[in-house]
Design a protein around this ligand. Structure first.
Ligand code: RP5
Length: 164
């Protein structure tokens, strides 16, 4: 679907401890055959790595960035400050059930936007789907896949049965 040698989505996370949840974003993109770059890049432990990846992202063909972080989750905001590519933040529940990271990500002061999804696995899934929606604006085949995905999801919901 997308050229595996030219990923259009960059997924960064603050720590290897975020992988367990963030792999859901990667797996969701893979369902749509959308390739991504996927790596740990901490805003406070490895700021030069974040800067290098983000400042060169557009010229590498990246169109959307997904950033997962927990606790004082400044990674998405730091990324957004260095690029005009859309940044989707995934708040992770590393402490305080993720409320700390949710507020860190969603409460960006005016001027540098970061889109926030929900905390944890559902958020990682939705971050990927949102990235796909952005890419699908210029990709009819991807848009058709999204339509099929929504249709199947609706059919599953309508067919759900409950135990007696
Ligand atoms: C954040 O701190 C990371 O995104 C992670 O969610 C949290 C804890 O990191 P570790 O101490 O587990 O590496 O930067």
């Amino acid at each position: 679907m997308t050229d595996a040698s030219k990923p259009e989505v960059l997924i960064l996370m603050g720590s290897a401890s975020d992988h367990e949840i963030m792999k859901t974003a990667k797996d969701t993109l893979a369902l749509f055959e959308v390739s991504c770059e996927y790596t740990v890049a901490s805003a406070h432990r490895a700021p030069a790595k974040v800067q290098a990846l983000v400042s060169s992202a557009k010229e590498r063909g990246i169109k959307v960035i997904i950033a997962g972080a927990g606790m004082a989750a400044h990674l998405p905001g730091v990324i957004a400050s260095q690029t005009r590519l859309p940044v989707i933040g995934v708040p992770l529940a590393a402490s305080l059930q993720g409320l700390d990271s949710l507020l860190s990500i969603v409460q960006m002061p005016g001027g540098i936007p970061v889109a926030s999804v929900s905390i944890g696995k559902a958020g990682a899934k939705n971050a990927a789907l949102f990235a796909i929606e952005i890419l699908a604006l210029a990709n009819e085949e991807l848009d058709a896949r999204l339509q099929r995905f929504r249709k199947e999801q609706t059919e599953k919901s309508l067919a759900a049965t409950l135990p007696e």
